[in-house]
Design a protein around this ligand. Structure first.
Ligand SMILES: [Zn+2]
Length: 101
């Protein structure tokens, strides 16, 4: 007989490597799996976020929204961007703070 490390219940086992009762072992496995899944997802997201192609696509998407806001077509926005570098930079810096959207 051994004692579960988590809940203290007596475990009927001869094995030396059993530390938790079946219920706690199950719960711990579930929690560990959930954590592993979150870690894996975060890693994938980080990788995606750092991808230059994704960054460019995201920027273009944000530019399109802003062009719509200004009532400009893509071509007109390109001209506006060239003629208003300060305004564009200002927009870009504000936008960058909410980049994950
Ligand atoms: Zn237990």
């Amino acid at each position: 007989m051994r004692e579960c490390r988590q809940c203290g219940v007596q475990i009927d086992t001869e094995k030396q490597n059993v530390l938790y009762c079946p219920e706690c072992a199950k719960a711990r496995k579930k929690a560990a799996d959930a954590e592993a899944w979150i870690r894996r997802r975060k890693k994938e997201e980080d990788k995606r976020r750092d991808d230059p192609a994704v960054k460019k696509k995201k920027l273009l998407m944000h530019e399109r929204v802003y062009a719509d806001l200004l009532g400009l077509t893509d071509a007109e926005f390109a001209v506006w961007k060239q003629n208003n570098p300060e305004l564009y930079a200002e927009w870009y810096n504000i936008r960058k703070r909410n980049w994950s959207i």
